[in-house]
Design a protein around this ligand. Structure first.
Ligand SMILES: [Zn+2]
Length: 199
């Protein structure tokens, strides 16, 4: 495949980021968001490498916490002859530390009407269609990593780990593989469309 884009993959949080974890399940398991985000990014990179599609793991470190500004600077300073696109991988949480019924997936861009919204809609629609996930839609937010990055940038919230049912999916390797496969197919289609994707 001819590479048009460089897919910059951001894995959200570090091991040391406060919070960002589910309540503990009755069987003792707990979802740690940094681990979920990294697992999705790792699975996706394996698939992209296999297809010869260029990607960049923005935060390979596991220890510590690479700040949002550092993530932005890394992405903005990354030199590449390819057109850079920024995808931030997260899972959602709500409430004050306990279980809350709230489910579904949603994708953020900083502003509507541009390349980021186009990307966000495409990833969101494919994810909802391929996993049968509740569609919470494309939304705008001033999250640092999608506001300050100098390339089209989106942030995907893959379900809620504070929901007692949805966390079971997010812990399931088969479900994670489906997420990675959905994003892989999305990326392949965008690569095939090339720059006309944004026209
Ligand atoms: Zn997050």
């Amino acid at each position: 495949m001819v590479n048009i884009f460089l897919w910059i993959l951001d894995n959200g949080h570090g091991k040391a980021t406060p919070g960002k974890r589910s309540p503990v399940l009755a069987d003792g398991r707990q979802l740690l968001e940094y681990e979920f985000n990294r697992d999705i990014v790792s699975r996706l990179i394996v698939k992209l490498n296999g297809a010869g599609i260029a990607s960049h793991n923005l935060v390979p470190e596991i220890a510590g916490d690479i700040s949002l500004t550092q993530r932005v600077n890394r992405a903005n300073n990354l030199a590449s002859p390819l057109t850079k696109l920024f995808i931030s991988i997260h899972a959602n949480a709500t409430g004050k530390g306990g279980w809350v019924k709230a489910s579904g997936t949603e994708t953020y861009c900083y502003k509507l009407g541009g390349k980021s919204e186009r990307l966000a809609k495409y990833f969101q629609q494919k994810l909802v269609a391929s996993l049968g996930w509740k569609d919470r839609g494309v939304k705008t937010a001033d999250f640092t990593v999608i506001q300050k990055t100098s390339m089209p940038a989106i942030l995907i919230e893959h379900g809620f780990y504070t929901d007692p049912d949805e966390v079971l999916k997010l812990l399931d390797p088969a479900w994670r593989e489906k997420i990675a496969e959905s994003h892989f197919q999305t990326i392949k289609e965008i690569e095939q469309a090339g720059l006309t994707f944004f026209k």
